[in-house]
Design a protein around this ligand. Sequence first.
Ligand code: MIC
Ligand code: SF4
Length: 648
Amino acid sequence: MADHLTAKILKDHLLSGRLEPGEEIAIKIDQTLTQDATGTMAYLQFERMGVERVRTELSVSYVDHNTLQGSFENADDHRYLQSAAARYGVYFSRPGNGICHQVHLERFGVPGKTLLGSDSHTPTGGGLGMLAIGAGGLDVAVAMAGGPFYLNVPEVLRVNLVGELPPWVGAKDIILELLRRLTVKGGVGRIIEYGGPGTTRLTVPERATITNMGAELGATTSLFPSDGQTRCFLASQGRESCWRELRADPGASYDDEIILDLADLEPLAACPHSPDAVKKIREIEPLPVDQVAIGSCTNSSSQDLLLAAKILEGQTVHPRVSLVISPGSRQVLLMLARCGALEQLIAAGARILESACGPCIGMGQAPPSGALSVRTFNRNFQGRCGTADASVFLTGPAAAAVSALHGRITDPRQWGDFPLLPEAPVIIDDRMIIPPPKDDAGTKIVRGPNIRPLPPGGALPDKLAVKVLLKTGDHVTTDQIMPAGAKILPLRSNIPAISEFVFAPLDHTFARRAREAGSGLIAGGENYGQGSSREHAALAPMYLGVKAVLARSFARIHHTNLVNFGIIPLHFESSADYDRLAQNDLLVMENLREQLDRGRINVTNETRGYSFSATHRLSPRQVDIIKAGGLLLEVRGKRLDEGKELKQ
Ligand code: MIC
Ligand code: SF4
């Protein structure tokens, strides 16, 4: 039978279940990655499992998000992560070494392997032909302990790339065009597999820009074949021996297919406040620009930054614009320094930031009030940049650099003929990656005062009588449920403290009201919980007493995170049921355990005097997790593998 690439990798890693769309399967995870903002919690959970060393082929702990050290919290977490990595056999990428996805692509990714990461942009690795999936920290902790990763078999959408990109049109425009066509929920329940003649000229960093932003489509992951481009990239990283050819069999059939003619594309931008609000740049120019930010895990490769440097060479950033640049990795920064591009950027007035997430997650560089910021990033949700009334436009690096010069959003084609770019010098430098010692050699784990114990969950009661604490619209992001930014991110390992900010961007009274109510329910619209993988968007509401979320539909990672922390994700059966419900209504669900087994839950709205049915999309395994009060409680006493007991 002719298999697509997704089927080949899934078959190689299948532990249980059938490869039929919608079926729950368990797969073996070869590699894991964590980053500091989700990692501290993931290693605290891993510690609870009582496993001596990680059981993956490779696990890496990155520090790239919480790098502003305004006080002791982030530095304490970094020290905890470094000691936990040494203790449990994990590579540690030190602060300043770069953004997890860029460094993983450069130094660790291997075609055909599975990668599970506690960050929603883990699919960046699909640019190398890996099956790379984002998940909550607890799922990654289980994978580090040798446990399987469960997922519902997604449909596979083939994107057939044909034709050739015109000058000044890049990888970012390809993924923005897909976002325009498919929207932020177009990829939900799907893996996007790229193929066709248009793929062959795309380099691995370009492919990684595209697979990175598959997360914005809501896709489980995205992947490219492993071909000559892949080999060439791995060779440039001194890792050609990891290469193997991987492609779909001729004649493989897909659940759906779209054709994208690259020749038809032109420079695009995602307009505020959603990555799918895509327009042609020439239709929105010449809006005045206050800030330009080049970097993030989407567009910070040497190729991207060499292009920006060439555009800026010998010129000066417009007086109104603050231009900030965060190279994706220390290797990229070293390379810019060696070939002179760094000097060009500095001379043009760029403010060079460290190789980290930085402004992408609101860690500094918040734009001024009411400002317009052009960013090469992947998310432009309102307020994520740190300024509630700022407008963020997402573009490729060429449009960003040209806009920084003009002080207005500008189609990069106005710059002139596409410049000849210098060859990037080869630099391989792993000195900021600390390999784990052969054994734990008595490593002591160091915990600062910011690291608080995990809050306990509790077994599911048989009756719930809960108030609707909040009713939201569609596409609520995890940035809205559990905001990030320089003030809140340092509290990621302190759930009591961070829970004060739950839903703060939507309703700053939420935490107080939830505490007063003691327990409650959230009513959501479509695609509830899109965006970040942060399990804090489930863990902190759980801490505040949220027992269930009743929504029209959910984003994949958040749905799993809710289950993992014992919050029941329920679906409205009809839009009329969603419309009738109001904040503060009292909802009662009886015989909950039995009703969960049946898949349909009768809900009585005591306040308004009517009943309706809700459903769920939980597997029997997930129903058991919910009944136990969450995954950590459910795995207690269970054998994960090789007869090793998991401790609670
Ligand atoms: C993001 O881009 O939103 C983050 C910050 O990288 C998150 C992870 C987190 O919240 O720590 C993600 O994408 O998963
Ligand atoms: Fe970091 Fe931004 Fe990428 Fe998230 S999207 S990993 S915050 S660079």
